[in-house]
Design a protein around this ligand. Structure first.
Ligand SMILES: Nc1ncnc2c1ncn2[C@@H]1O[C@H](COP(=O)(O)OP(=O)(O)OP(=O)(O)O)[C@@H](O)[C@H]1O
Length: 452
């Protein structure tokens, strides 16, 4: 079905001009010369685009657009107006309008460009709506969102590998959705009625990780007051997900290799051998082959873990997914916090598509969450998104805010930088360490310094 555009203007010449452009693009155009007529058309159709003059014989075009509540009904509207100043433009966009056009039109090219952009925005909104509907029907609370070829290829592999019960290694940068992939593998496997146990190997000390995985008998070590089963047991029948596997110490790597080879393990302090009935999925931010080459990871364990390797692509390599992810998070977070923030203006979407996203999808989600928390309703502009200091906008720190003393300035800079870094990493110290290039312990020390 071709798209449908409503042109509301009492000037016949303007209507004809836009109508010719619209029909030239293979769309259907309806024309109204007053608010009353426009209302009748809107009762009959949900338009892909509304081109509305501000001054109409029986009312104001902006009021009419407000009445239609275009943000909620997700219709794209452009206001055509003879009186434009910056304040108007901002409030125009705040009213949920896509854009405004100054009259008389600067050039036909500008008019055509606005039309094209507005229609592209409408297409993005509709795609996001269709996707949302698909998700709500499927009931996936943790869907892997994305329609880029890279994500589609990954999803196809996940579907292929999920039922096979093999060990899987997931490689990808921090925040690219490795845990989501692991959960999806579990969901699509025969073990899906059994537990999915996720362990972050980078977050625990060697001793704690060992006792958490293997479990222990009472008295196995100082402080072992009760016999406690470990994650190998807890994941029985289900899936064990070992995140940040590269952070495992050489001694534990050897111990894990034995478990994987023998499919059995003993609790610490026990001689009783138990069968390890879990599917193992591991994830790493750094390719294991590089770590093997650097002598930091056991080669034999790598071969055991990487029976199948899946790669989660960085967000910058699949920018076409950004609008979809952004509106998915916006919806999800609006629902969670009972808000009605949005939609994102096209400029905001373009800014999102351009951003570097070193923290990948986690960082994108975080940016949207911050806007939803700070702004209860209304369109989201580029400024709303990046108003707060943001990693990508680090250079915007105003020099006059810095003290003149070098040590004090450095301290102030470091405190601000750490705050931005932790925000971008969503509070995850391991992820922040990777994004910053600092060793985790080093980062901890710095964080502690500013928390005191
Ligand atoms: N394709 C996606 N669709 C929807 N949400 C996503 C997607 N990818 C990532 N996310 C979200 O981004 C956040 C980070 O994802 P996840 O924890 O799976 O990343 P990760 O690669 O395991 O990160 P890390 O290496 O730091 O542990 C989560 O909130 C997750 O829900």
């Amino acid at each position: 079905m071709p798209g449908r555009v409503l042109i509301v203007d009492d000037d016949k010449h303007t209507c004809e001009l836009i109508e010719a452009m619209v029909t030239g693009q293979g769309l259907v155009a309806d024309v109204a010369s007053s608010v009353a007529e426009a209302r009748q058309h809107c009762a009959a159709h949900r338009y892909h685009l509304l081109m509305v003059d501000q001054r109409l014989p029986d009312g104001n075009g902006l009021d009419f657009v407000k009445e239609l509540d275009v943000s909620r009904t997700r219709q794209v509207a452009v206001l055509m107006t003879g009186f434009v100043d910056v304040r108007d433009a901002v409030s125009t966009i705040r009213e949920g309008l896509f854009d405004y056009l100054a009259k008389p039109f600067e050039s036909l090219d500008a008019l055509e460009a606005t039309l094209r952009r507005a229609l592209a925005y409408d297409a993005a909104l509709r795609e996001a709506d269709a996707f949302r509907q698909m998700l709500s029907q499927g009931g996936h609370a943790e869907a892997l969102v994305g329609q880029s070829p890279a994500i589609q290829r990954l999803l196809a592999k996940v579907a292929q590998v999920a039922p096979l019960d093999t060990t899987v290694l997931i490689e990808g940068e921090s925040g690219t959705g490795k845990e989501l992939v692991a959960r999806q593998l579990h969901r699509q496997s025969e073990r899906n009625e059994q537990p999915f146990v996720a362990v972050n190997c980078g977050a625990l000390t060697e001793e704690l990780l060992e006792s958490s995985l293997f479990g222990y008998e009472r008295g196995a070590f100082t402080g072992a007051e009760r016999t406690t089963p470990g994650f190998f047991e807890a994941a029985g029948g289900g899936t064990l997900f070992l995140d940040e596997i590269a952070d495992m110490s050489p001694r534990l790597q050897a111990a894990l290799l034995r478990v994987v080879e023998e499919r059995s393990f003993k609790r610490l302090g026990s001689q009783a051998l138990q069968r390890g009935d879990f599917r193992l999925i591991c994830a790493t931010n750094r390719p294991l082959s590089e770590l093997v080459a650097a002598g930091q990871f056991r080669e034999d364990l790598m071969w055991r873990l990487s029976v199948v390797t899946l790669e989660t692509p960085p967000l910058r390599d699949r920018r076409s997914d950004i609008p979809l992810l952004a509106s998915y998070f916006l919806d999800q977070l609006n629902q969670r916090y009972g808000r009605q923030t949005g939609p994102l203006t096209p400029e905001a979407l373009e800014a999102l598509e351009r951003a570097p996203w070193r923290g990948n999808v986690r960082e994108l989600r975080h940016v949207i969450e911050r806007v939803v928390a700070l702004q209860p309703l209304g369109s989201i502009t580029e400024r709303d998104l990046f108003e707060q200091p943001h990693v990508s906008a680090l250079s915007s720190a105003k020099p006059q805010e810095m003290p003149l003393d070098y040590a004090a300035a450095r301290q102030q800079f470091e405190a601000r930088w750490l705050k931005q870094l932790m925000e971008a990493a969503d509070g995850n110290v391991s992820a922040a360490a990777r994004m910053s290039g600092l060793a985790r312990q080093n980062l901890y020390t710095r964080l502690r310094r500013y928390q005191e």
